[in-house]
Design a protein around this ligand. Sequence first.
Ligand code: ADP
Ligand code: MG
Length: 761
Amino acid sequence: AQTRRSKMIDEIDSRAPVAATVADSADQLTTIYDSDTYGLNAMRETLPSHCYKKIREVISTGQALDPAIADMVANGMKEWAIKKGATHYTHWFQPLNGLAAEKHDAFISIFPGDDRLLLEFSGMQLIKGEPDASSFPSGGLRSTWEARGYTVWDPTSPPFIKREVNGSILCIPTAFCSWTGEALDQKTPLLRSMDYVSDAALAVLSSIFGEKHKKVFPTLGIEQVCESSVKDKQTNIHFYLSRPDLINCGRTLVGAKPPKGQEMEDHYFGSMNARIVACIQEVEWRCWKLGMPLKTRHNEVAPGQYEVAPIFERANVASDHNMLLMDILKSVAIKHDLICLLHEKPFAGVNGSGKHNNYSLATDGGVNLLDPGLTPSQNARFILFLSAIIRAVDLHADLLRASVANPGNEHRLGANEAPPAIISIYLGQELDKVVRDIISSNKTTLTSPPQKSVNTTASTTSTTANNEVNNMWLGVDQFPPLPRDSTDRNRTSPFAFTGNKFEFRAVGSSQVTSFPCIILNTIVAESLIYIRKEIEAAIAAGTPASASYNQVIKKVLQTHERIIFNGDGYGQEWRDIAAKRGLLNLRSTPEALSLLNSDKNIKLFEQSNNILSPVELASRQHILYEFYSKSIAIEAKSMYDLVATSVLPACYKHQRNVAESLNSIMPFIQSQPNFKQPTAQINNLGELIESINLLSEQNIKLNNAIKHATSIESDCDRATHLNQSVIPIMNEVRRYSDHLETIVEDSLWPLPKYSEILFLR
Ligand code: ADP
Ligand code: MG
């Protein structure tokens, strides 16, 4: 008779790609792109021109919306959405549970005394919502009886149509805060931090370089990695569904290493499986309709692992889009009889999944401030922004580490497959040389004659310091031409310069990207302000402008050069060097989170226009601890159950079979004096009995450790106990279970094996 597992394998083998509506020619892309968002194109078509001009201004510069035009925009939006088939609208927001939230309202209203239904959507309904939001985590920001939370429209992120099987919903990206104005979401502080870094960068551009811009935006391009696991709908025998660990935790808790894993490296950039391509094509199609510029797709290193990447966008839009992308990936996968796992480490022994956040700053006119320049002045600008980032990362490595601390990422950071838990910066050889040259140069005053800088916009600023700076010759001719294309790559660095942007590579694949971005914006802004003030102070003290610039940049680079590391981040050698340099190596999540709320960080956020007020910061730490503890507790309980109810019973059956088999031959052997004792078989049985016993023992120990965790009051202590006591026992349980998997009769093993999950599509 066929076993459950062998039936599944047959089913999977017989499947074909699922057809879906996708582009049949590239021409079509231009027509459907953005067709389901209420962006500038749709606005131009549906709004009176004076209203369109105003909203366009709001979007391009992020200034406040004039309530007078809100009604008009709402009406245009409603008409458009109804044409697209929407019956409902929702404020779409990102509470602190790591997911997107929505609550649908129909476009209907009835005037008192009138019995006719009206389709209505007012400016007020667009701008502000009041969901009953008492069940979202607030980290102690409010008690449940203070249920009131407000959602507030973010006009800079376009509303979009979400299509369900039976009708569509107009989704309006919003921020979410309490009635006292505290941020209950990721978006509010993200928008605050974007404004803050914009102001800091504008001040540098104007004061030091005499450049006038309206706004600077952080830009974000997020490479998203995910893994697929097969699921079969037709027969109700689900691969996925027969792994309770995948269902409960999104990752496998047991599973022996298969004979073939990723060692052949034959998956990376390989030709893609037909069913996977069909699925990703549909994902892309849906994303394009929503104006999400998905560009790249490829197989990643681990079997069953794939990457998609969009073209970068402004940080808030990119974060919203990444949130949507994760949703779309999961739901489209199911349609294709696949499960999309966004966990950082679904399978042991093969690479985990990350999310590379490519980060830069750009002016409203589109100038990338991390683009090495063509002219001395552009070079000077580039070096200043680069220095600010180097300083920021060195001073606040703890925050960057905390921003990627989640239970899944704990398996990646520090393992030899992902950037280490030590935060450092990779510059590449050429740029590293430029930085070393600045550090070692003795020039603090310049001999070269003043030359006109290449500013195009005449400055009208009134302070004397500014006038002086505007005319300065920055004297950066000592720099060799800067590398415009980084040729070398370093996969082992958590924070790598890649030509004209930084790539923060330690972010986990399931993470909401806002938090790491909030941290980056805040710390970069703080450094930009510091550097500008230092230069201004030197000038005020009588140092020539160019010398002031050189002196400050040199000092900053000298002070923070320890954070730069261009070598192999995976090796023990780096850990030793990093320790000598005094860099942090926070391997566990609880350790990383413990520093989030330090005095230094409370002060930093408070001084940065309260991007996160002290209570908001504390609430985030609380939520992150809780999320960690809950996740590990769920994993531990799932493991206990899985071993007690599936793994051990299978082992007992096998044990009985082996024992019975030996028993059955014993009389025969005893009756034949010439026969040797079957010692190997007896030893095997002995080993089996011992392994099963050890597994049982560890599983009981695990259960006791879980019980103890529930009795611990403090967030931090509970997380630490789970990390230091429970996880090591889980590792032991896994070790015995995985060993038994390799000796128990294959047909008795109840769970799909790695060789099946990883390779069958
Ligand atoms: P790689 O895998 O070689 O790092 P990819 O093409 O997969 O490169 O991803 C690079 C990402 O960086 C893309 O999302 C791209 O849009 C983004 N990117 C490029 N320039 C910038 C920039 N100035 N700011 C932010 N992201 C950027
Ligand atoms: Mg990539």
